[in-house]
Design a protein around this ligand. Sequence first.
Ligand SMILES: N[C@@H](CCC(=O)N[C@@H](CS)C(=O)NCC(=O)O)C(=O)O
Length: 234
Amino acid sequence: MTQPDLHLFTASTMNGWKPVIFLEEAGLDYKLTAIDFARKEQKAPDYLKINPNGRIPALIDRSNDDFAVFESGAILWYLAEKYGQFLAQDPKERSETLQWLMFQMAGVGPMMGQAMFFQRIAAPNGHEEPYSIQRYVDESHRLLEVLDNRLEGREFLVGDTYSIADIATYPWARAWPWAQVDIDGLDHLKAWLKRIDNRPAVQKALTIPKPVPAFWGDIDDTEFAAENAARFRS
Ligand SMILES: N[C@@H](CCC(=O)N[C@@H](CS)C(=O)NCC(=O)O)C(=O)O
């Protein structure tokens, strides 16, 4: 049996869902390897050859000399270029799409990620840092307000069409309850979230891969390296 060209390594997280949403929306065939954080598979030496940052997601394109792509925004951009979808050809619209993609990658993701970390991981593990929580929750709220303003009178972040800017931003924006960011009054953002919630490909993507029961377990990397290596080479 022939293998699909695309091999995605991911997990059920905000960054991990982005390429899955793209692939499901575009109806592309792909092979998926679910990375188990509890087993620290993302730190296995063979995985680090694909993503030197030791995080998910990562993509290998078998039809392009096994070209590897890491960073979720770069993966979306690569797929959009390769398949001519979700990124406009018009230079201004294309630039705007990349601006909002960068805004997500540099702002919304990192700030909401830290808001979640300090509340959901640091605090329950004895590191209660109220100043940090306040800082990241406030900054996340400010960024969601920027999105809300942008979405006034618009269906999607750029132009009239759904793009990689929406695909990148949606999994983070919908995570406002986990980051404890209040979105009361951000009605344009809420309407946009609902529009994207209703897309069948998005609904399917959010179930892929199946969520793993534990995250960031305290497990020695080396124990699983050999087993992981076999999976990543196949
Ligand atoms: N900027 C990176 C961030 C990737 C990232 O932080 N991934 C998280 C999951 S959302 C991860 O792999 N965490 C596991 C770890 O840090 O070991 C991207 O967008 O791809």
